[in-house]
Design a protein around this ligand. Structure first.
Ligand SMILES: [Zn+2]
Length: 145
């Protein structure tokens, strides 16, 4: 899936763009999902691909939504980032490449991994009365001449 920078800007809010396309990070305890308890699937805000499940979400106390593993191995990609004199592992969407957050090796069992993800790079589709299936209708709005 290839989109131009202008298309990304059009689709995403300023904050979402900053995180997904510019490797930004939202403030701790500022996002909408760090304390979210509802069951469902967290999808990439950029492309809608399922990336994490509420089943693997845990309270890390960090102020960001944290998961111990992605929905499947190929859902996300990781890349080692040596910028700023630190070694960190970046987490990207496996489909659109959008930046989601970082991966740390201090998570709970069974994986021991902590995927520390920005709320604004996620879109929760709740399992109770999921409203998000009819995305096609929204993308086909007619414009006035
Ligand atoms: Zn994506």
């Amino acid at each position: 899936m290839e989109m131009t920078d202008a298309e990304w800007r059009e689709q995403l809010s300023e904050e979402e763009y900053e995180v997904l396309r510019k490797q930004g990070t939202e403030g701790a305890f500022a996002g909408k999902y760090w304390d979210e308890k509802a069951g469902g699937t967290y999808r990439c805000k950029g492309c809608g691909e399922p990336v994490f499940s509420s089943d693997t979400k845990f309270d890390s106390g960090s102020g960001w939504p944290s998961f111990y593993e992605p929905v499947e191995g190929s859902a996300v990609e990781t890349e080692t980032d040596h910028s700023l004199g630190m070694t960190r592992t970046e987490v990207h969407c496996g489909k659109c490449g959008g930046h989601l957050g970082h991966l740390f090796p201090d998570g709970p069992q069974p994986s021991g991994q902590r995927y520390c993800i920005n709320s604004c790079s996620l879109d929760l589709h709740r399992s109770d009365g999921d409203p998000g299936i009819s995305a096609e209708a929204a993308s086909d709005t007619a414009e006035e001449g």
